[in-house]
Design a protein around this ligand. Structure first.
Ligand code: PRX
Length: 655
């Protein structure tokens, strides 16, 4: 994040009290109530979570151990408890809510569907039986590569029902990325669709899946294909099956497979500073509890709410606040497959108005993009059903926050800026909307049971207001990641090594103001956030150097008005340095290449060519220098050690 953004949030003084009309009806309606919960959690963290686990979750067998820290930093929660996550999301609502709408779906071209809890339950049972018929069972890994349609949630829930471990891969990732994830997980089945729709175009998922499987993925025996976009696909006999065929003739009842609380519910791959994406492993009981209590604390979910989280199921937000949290809470959720600008920039607001959405949760990038397109779009629609707004994924600048507050929330809806990560499983820092006053740009305070702090390089709490430091979590929490799939050492090194196992290290820098409010400053590592999507600079560098014309590459970020951050690549080619037309042609080629290697979200926005990259005497790339160049900032680093100072001019694009 740029210095400028840090400065602008530093000078932010506005405070918004929870509207009284909201607080009176809220689950947690006062600061005192929130503080009481936090104090109770701080006094006995394990006891606090155990009591919640008993009141919120239906256990098949109760647990006697709340927290097992014996194998720290592998913490285990409710260890001898036995449950099923899908049972908790579906079956237990059938007595009272069988006919309540669970999912409202809308496609980009306007097709809509409403599925009741009974419908979703039935579909999940049918599909779970179909999976079983293909020999898939407890502990097997199933990769889900699907568009944002209800069947994606059905597939996830069906895996949970039979104890299979799903790993959803975002539909925007390339065949190459899909292959890496299938292989790392050792998946035996892939669930996909012919294609999805976005911006009027068909994203050919099955074709990408075929390319991935053609390159390896030897463990995959079964591919199940949902017909969605209607595009032509090739089906390999024996391996590929249409979804409709697999469920035909299956029983509408499927007993849940009861699993131990620590049984892995899913893997979700995410980028880090080094190496390939890592499979973040979440456990069943603790994760479910985290997703469910935050639906109540942060979203104040009530029976009559229509809850819309715009995240794709390919990201953790689409796990906790589409596929699991809302269903566990017995809520009505909305899913939309398509772009926010089709047919025009009013689409989100049109959907909110038509379906009477009450809680809307999206990313700052979407808010900034829609803000830029003008107020006239939201102003055309009746947004009076909205009562709460949320944001996630990247810092929100005060200007976008204020627009959201004024134009969408009509100064009536609290905004919950929620900080969390793939690894944390649940929202960690966020205002409890009926209780905690908000400040534009701050994710405010930790939720009950979350012991967050900002520490210096020695691990000591930073006590001076507004002094930056490392964001850490000092106590385990139930929905925390359990490990990195197949890479125990990387789990320890990435999250625990920095402070000798004492704290979970989030990888973000943050500061706290005089009121103790948290302000996220950005990543402390080489992860960048483009439109809220998490990308490792090293991954993009590896993709670039895999191109035959690239000798060396370094990737940094620069601020972007809409996307938050943009990808900036410095490239050294084999042979002569390209200029003018040849540089432009190569840039187009490299952008397309990265798209193919990782996915369109990782495409560099800028590429500069130089004869060399600036390195220190020990051979390390001077990233700080590259960042300054990418941002067009004056160079303050000592560059006297560079062999060729002309390189800097080349990197600056001057020669
Ligand atoms: O840098 C923080 C940023 O997103 C990172 C986590 O990314 P991911 O695992 O993809 O999960 C995103 C959705 C939960 C964090 O380390 N981040 C997330 N939420 C916020 C945020 N930065 C500032 N403010 C937020 N509300």
């Amino acid at each position: 994040m740029s210095e400028k953004t840090i400065d602008s949030t530093l000078s932010e003084q506005r405070v918004f009290q929870p509207p009284a009309s909201f607080s009176v009806k809220a689950r947690i309606g006062s600061l005192a109530e929130y503080q009481k919960l936090r104090a109770a959690a701080a006094a006995d963290p394990a006891g606090f979570w155990a009591a919640l686990a008993r009141s919120e979750i239906d256990w098949h067998k109760d647990f006697s151990v709340a927290l097992d820290a014996g194998k720290a930093p592998h913490y285990a929660w409710f260890t001898d408890g036995v449950l099923n996550v899908s049972y908790n999301c579906l079956d237990r609502h059938l007595a009272r809510r069988a006919d309540k709408t669970a999912i409202i779906f809308e496609g980009e071209n306007g097709d809509t569907r409403r599925l009741s809890y009974a419908d979703v339950h039935r579909q999940v049972c049918l599909f779970a039986n179909a999976l079983k018929a293909k020999g898939i069972g407890k502990g097997d890994r199933v990769v889900i590569y699907m568009p944002m349609v209800p069947e994606a949630v059905v597939a996830m829930q069906a895996c949970a029902r039979i104890g299979a471990i799903h790993s959803v891969v975002f539909g925007g990732f390339s065949a190459e990325s899909l292959k890496d994830r299938i292989e790392d997980a050792g998946a035996t089945a892939v669930i996909t669709a012919d294609g999805g729709t976005r911006g009027g175009k068909v994203v050919e998922l099955k074709a990408a899946c075929d390319r991935a499987l053609a390159k390896g993925c030897k463990t995959v025996e079964t591919v199940i294909v949902l017909k969605r976009a209607g595009n032509a696909v090739a089906m390999q006999a024996g391996r590929d099956h249409w979804w409709a065929d697999t469920v035909r003739g299956q029983a509408e009842h499927c007993d849940p497979v009861w699993v131990e609380s620590e049984h892995p519910l899913y893997l979700l791959y995410t980028s880090g500073s080094t190496g390939k994406p890592k499979g973040i492993q979440h456990a069943s009981g603790g994760y479910l509890l985290g997703a469910l209590v935050t639906m109540k604390w942060v979203f104040d979910i009530q029976d009559a709410d229509i809850f819309w989280c715009t995240a794709d199921v390919g990201w953790v937000t689409g796990h906790s606040y589409v596929a699991y949290g809302p269903l566990a809470a017995g809520a009505t959720l909305l899913m939309y497959e398509g772009a926010p600008t089709v047919p025009d920039a009013g689409r989100f607001w049109d959907i909110c108005a038509r379906h009477k959405v009450t809680i809307f949760y999206t990313a700052p990038t979407a808010i900034r993009a829609l803000m830029k397109l003008g107020e006239e779009f939201p102003n055309k629609y009746d947004l009076s059903a909205l009562r709460l707004l949320g944001t996630v994924g990247e810092p929100i600048n005060p200007e976008a926050w204020m627009w959201y507050h004024r134009v969408i929330g009509k100064e009536r809806c609290p905004i919950v800026d929620t900080w969390w990560q793939t690894e944390t499983g649940m929202i960690m820092l966020a205002p409890v909307p009926g209780a905690v006053p908000t400040k534009p740009g701050s994710c405010t305070l930790p939720l009950p049971g979350i012991d967050a702090d900002v520490v210096d390089e020695q691990g000591t709490s930073v006590t001076d207001p507004n002094q930056g430091g490392q964001l850490v979590i000092k106590q385990p929490w139930p929905s925390m990641l359990r490990t990195i799939w197949g890479n125990e050492q990387r789990y320890r090194d990435t999250y625990w090594a920095k402070f000798s196992g004492r704290y979970y290290v989030a990888g973000d820098t943050a500061r706290r103001d005089a009121d103790g409010y948290f302000w996220i400053m950005g990543r402390a590592d080489d992860v960048i956030k483009v439109s809220g999507h998490r990308l490792g600079t090293m991954e993009i560098e590896s993709a670039l150097v895999a191109h035959p014309r690239v000798a060396e590459a370094a990737v940094v970020s620069r601020p972007d008005d809409i996307k938050g951050e943009a990808v900036f690549a410095f490239v050294v080619t084999k042979g002569e340095r390209p200029r003018n037309d040849s540089a432009r042609a190569l840039t187009d080629e490299l952008r397309a290449w990265v798209s193919q290697q990782i996915g369109p979200i990782a495409k560099p926005d800028d590429i500069r060519y130089a004869e060399n990259l600036p390195k220190t005497r020990s051979g390390k790339i001077m990233r700080r220098l590259l960042r300054a160049i990418a941002r067009g900032e004056p160079i303050t680093q000592d560059i006297s050690t560079l062999e060729n100072e002309d390189i800097v001019k080349q990197l600056q694009g001057e020669r």
